[in-house]
Write a protein that binds this ligand. Structure first.
Ligand SMILES: *Cc1c(COP(=O)(O)O)cnc(C)c1O
Length: 401
């Protein structure tokens, strides 16, 4: 629940300070609370190693920064950008999708620029969800899927991601009644927080289900480029029938170390793209054009830098995954994403284990339960520190495990 407003008059919350009911329905934003705990430890003088929030520690490649500098100096770019994104950015996105996945997207009708993919994910329920409509969300999952559903007045129905199903939702366990009432289903592979990946069969099943029950699939592909050992994650649009029912969210954030730049895009069914675009037109005014030019440079020319970053993360993955296993912790070595999903040892729940680690080692990790109730029993570590610091973290953990 949301914290109570700070100001009371005669024990009563005044009308002025009373938040809208919808805000009280939101769970606390996990990363905000995590930050408070971390600040408290840092204030006590702890030497913090942050394996918590998934924000790349590597920097944005220089050619992308240079493109921004150039474009920022040009007065043409100081005006309001177009709502749906500059055509040249949308064309670059379509080109990239074609090069990467072999799929065809029309830059005019099937691509929409986003102020980071989170923005699109947060807004799509406003376009499609009425009061009480069902939205299927993965649990554990990226918290924005359920938060945006709640803000739109929808009903969240969690799809458990269980180890026994390789962290894929089991569609057979969702009742026909729920499926009939569903407007949207969020899926996300490669997956945050479990680091699971999906195969062709899974995407085909999801598409068939969406056709049968008439709902929209929202595929969050934020980690499509972050994969190891030569594995190449798929776009849902590689499978037949997807364009009738799906929208896919892409992000430049993790791929090009651009989390602070706020740029991403959606591709997919033109009516769904138009629905999301209608919400956005009434709320935001697009992305600074200079950032869009930087985005074009990233999508067109920076694959070599992406490959280098992947090699860095892959080495870290090996060090951390092997190190944690040697300490007796139970985990799968991830094929993709920059997260490791670790079972909590007996005697701890997920919040208890992260607190134990933080207070005894200064290492910040994320409790699985913060991603939904089916995340209980796990914690997440992010591969966002260098190997030396990771070894230091392993040394500290050795003393408490
Ligand atoms: C980081 C992340 C995003 C958001 O990325 P932005 O493009 O920076 O908004 C979306 N989905 C998942 C699962 C993420 O982990």
């Amino acid at each position: 629940m949301c914290a109570a407003p700070a100001v009371f008059y005669g024990g009563k919350i005044t009308k002025l300070f009373k938040l809208a009911d919808r805000l009280y329905k939101l769970p606390p934003y996990l990363f905000a609370r995590l930050d408070e705990l971390k600040q408290a430890e840092a204030a006590k003088g702890a030497d913090i190693i942050d394996l918590g929030v998934g924000d790349p520690d590597l920097s944005t490649p220089a050619p992308i920064i240079n493109k921004l500098k150039q474009a920022a100096a040009d007065a043409v770019n100081h005006k309001y950008p177009s709502y749906q994104g500059m055509l040249c950015f949308r064309q670059a996105a379509a080109r990239w999708c074609n090069k990467r996945f072999g799929i065809q997207m029309d830059a005019v009708t099937e691509v929409l620029s986003l102020i980071g993919s989170k923005e699109g994910i947060a807004h799509i329920p406003l376009a499609y969800v009425n009061q009480g409509d069902v939205v299927l969300t993965p649990s554990p999952g990226y918290p924005v899927y359920s938060a945006s559903t709640i803000l739109a007045g929808g009903q969240v129905v969690e799809m458990p991601l269980l180890a026994e199903n390789s962290f894929l939702p089991d569609f057979d366990t969702i009742s026909a009644d729920i499926l009939n009432r569903a407007k949207l289903m969020f899926i996300n592979y490669p997956n945050n927080p479990t680091s699971a990946v999906a195969d062709a069969d899974f995407f085909k099943q999801a598409i068939a289900l969406a056709h049968k029950y008439n709902f929209i699939i929202c595929h969050d592909a934020a980690y499509s480029e972050m994969a190891f050992d030569g594995y190449r994650p798929a776009s849902i649009f590689e499978y037949e029938g997807a364009k009738d029912v799906a929208i896919e969210f892409h992000s430049l954030s993790k791929t090009f170390n651009m989390t602070g730049w706020r740029i991403g895009f959606a591709v997919g069914n033109k009516d769904i793209i138009a629905g999301l675009g209608k919400v956005k037109t009434n709320i935001d005014s697009g992305i600074f054009q200079a950032v869009q030019y930087a985005g074009i440079e990233a999508l067109d020319n920076q694959q070599t830098q992406v490959d280098k970053a992947i090699a860095v993360y892959q080495e870290r993955r090996d060090v951390l995954a092997d190190g944690l296993r040697a300490l007796g912790l139970c985990l799968e070595k991830p094929k993709a994403t920059f997260y490791i999903w670790i079972q909590t040892p007996s005697g701890f729940d997920s919040a208890g284990f992260t607190t134990h680690i933080l207070q005894n080692t200064g290492i910040v990790t994320t409790p699985g339960v913060g991603f939904g109730k089916y995340g209980e029993g796990y914690i997440r570590m992010a591969l966002t520190v260098d190997v030396a610091l990771m070894c230091e973290a392993l040394d500290r953990l050795k003393k408490i495990l």
